[in-house]
Design a binder for this molecule. Structure first.
Ligand SMILES: *[C@@H]1O[C@H](CO)[C@@H](O)[C@H](O)[C@H]1NC(C)=O
Ligand SMILES: *[C@@H]1O[C@H](CO)[C@@H](O)[C@H](O)[C@H]1NC(C)=O
Ligand SMILES: *[C@@H]1O[C@H](CO)[C@@H](O)[C@H](O)[C@H]1NC(C)=O
Length: 466
């Protein structure tokens, strides 16, 4: 089974992907999964003004404040400007007066390749293309994932580009990072994009909001609405573009009863999901919360038809996904809405620990963390749907990014950056689950936007039964 079609359509998708990949960049940040429902961390409220004026100098003091000599790369007082070409790009990307856009479509069109596979490939260093934005330019980036602001001294993790196999090999021309943001804005024009899922989808939402925000010529014409603790919206008014995030970590409904017990209702979705019907793009995920056990488990019992049921985790997961799949098939109009499911985002714990890692895994030794059986359940359910769901198969490419987590450059439970003492207790505090921003989720969004350019029929999972 494959997420992409064979033959000609794959070929075209690949050339599109290559192009946009060339123009995109990455960074990282994050924090561990929460034991109890913990909808939103503190949302940092740096003034837009302040960010705009300080954009050329991303937190030199924070970078200098902590110097872990195990991380070989010294603190960078300013974005890498080793070549004049790069300095000029920086100017374009961060200047308050936006430079004329180099033509929105240019970031996406380009070379042709005979064959390429978006989800298989390698990470290549591309400091000219990545990061797509500077953390200091994006005022609403949450403290949890702004690794550099939290003192992470190295920045190489921000500069990797995903190079799919067979796509754009040899002689690819370098692309300006600003192009990626401009192209993303054009993709979002007149559209409503909605992410639904857990904090990893919030990570992805923040990334896209930053990519868009930093590309908007008049940043005063953007807004973040905190509709509730579980629902946030980024808007770019001049583009009639909105990107929303609904926190819903199991996809199905988690209900707290009057006696304070928590029921996970395997046959119901939260009512708030009605609000996303009619969006232009829906991006779902679930995964991590299903693996929590013991005290970390968010529910006390499972329910179907209003009665308690007992079943193992896999069966519960399967039933929940079936409920979700039926809901999509019955409620989403595929002529109006593109539906995506993002595959599991890997953690790097135990033998594959993210702590102190500064470069991606290149030798292919990846220790899968998430149960394969759960991944199969997701794929099987997607295949059984009548709606074409595009599977953003980012698990493997993310597994290689052991360097891209916040590790100890994150916040504690009070939403404050870890203290020096806490940083020296990585076993307790390191976050090897979320991702630094700018960082890896920027690439997920580049792949999402590239997939959007293709017909859903060309990229959905092959159906088993047809
Ligand atoms: C997802 O990608 C991995 C490699 O990156 C591949 O092995 C797997 O078959 C893909 N899954 C689907 C459903 O296409
Ligand atoms: C703005 O975008 C929404 C979709 O998000 C669309 O329904 C609406 O018609 C657009 N409005 C204008 C004025 O283009
Ligand atoms: C491959 O990577 C793993 C994990 O990063 C490392 O432990 C191992 O030594 C590496 N092997 C080679 C041959 O580089």
């Amino acid at each position: 089974m494959d997420s992409l079609p064979s033959g000609k359509s794959r070929w075209t998708l690949c050339s599109l992907l290559c192009l946009c990949l060339l123009s995109a960049g990455l960074l990282l940040c994050s924090r561990p999964s929460f034991p109890a429902p913990r909808p939103w961390e503190h949302f940092s409220r740096v003034q837009v003004q302040q960010a705009a004026t300080s954009s050329s100098s991303p937190h030199p003091s924070a970078a200098a404040a902590y110097h872990d000599h195990r991380l070989a790369v010294p603190p960078a007082p300013a974005p890498d400007t080793s070549s004049s070409d790069l300095a000029e790009e920086e100017e374009m990307a961060t200047g308050s007066a936006p430079a004329p856009a180099p033509g929105p479509a240019s970031a996406w069109d380009g070379e042709e390749e005979e064959k390429c596979e978006a989800w298989d490939g390698e990470w290549v260093q591309d400091p000219a293309g990545y990061p797509l934005y500077e953390a200091a330019e994006c005022p609403f980036l949450s403290d949890q994932v702004t690794c550099r602001r939290n003192g992470r001294p190295d920045s190489g993790y921000e500069q990797w580009r995903w190079q799919p196999n067979g796509c754009g090999r040899g002689g690819s021309r370098r692309r300006r990072r600003f192009d990626a943001g401009v192209a993303a804005l054009e993709q979002c024009r007149g559209r409503r994009l909605v992410f639904v899922g857990d904090s990893l989808n919030r990570n992805m939402w923040e990334s896209l909001a930053c990519i868009l925000y930093t590309a908007v010529p008049d940043r005063s014409r953007t807004r973040i609405d905190d509709v509730s603790s579980e629902y946030r919206i980024f808007r770019a008014m001049d583009y009639n573009c909105s990107v929303e995030f609904f926190w819903n970590p199991f996809l199905v409904k988690l209900e707290t009863k009057q006696d304070r017990t928590r029921a996970l209702k395997l046959d119901q979705l939260p009512a708030m999901l009605q609000q996303v019907i009619g969006a232009d793009v829906l991006v779902f995920n679930t995964g991590h919360w299903w693996t929590h056990t013991g005290k970390l488990r968010a529910w006390d019992h499972l329910e179907r038809n209003g009665v308690h049921v007992k079943m193992d985790g896999e069966e519960a997961f399967n039933r929940a996904l079936r409920t979700w799949a039926r809901w999509v098939d019955h409620n989403v109009d595929p002529t109006r809405t593109r539906v995506f499911f993002r595959s599991v985002s890997p953690e790097h714990k135990s033998s594959n620990w993210c702590y102190s890692q500064t470069s991606p895994i290149t030798n292919g030794t990846v220790v899968p963390w998430f149960p394969k059986s759960l991944i199969s359940i997701v794929e099987t359910n997607i295949q059984s749907m009548s709606t074409h769901v595009t599977y953003l198969n980012i698990t493997h490419l993310s597994e290689l990014r052991i360097d891209a987590h916040p590790s100890v450059y994150t916040t504690n439970r009070e939403g404050k950056p870890l203290t020096m003492e806490q940083r020296h207790q990585p076993i307790i505090y390191a976050d090897c689950s979320h991702w630094c921003l700018p960082g890896l989720p920027d690439t997920w969004n580049v792949l999402l936007l590239a997939s959007l350019m293709r017909s859903p029929a060309d990229v959905h999972l092959v159906r088993k039964d047809k």
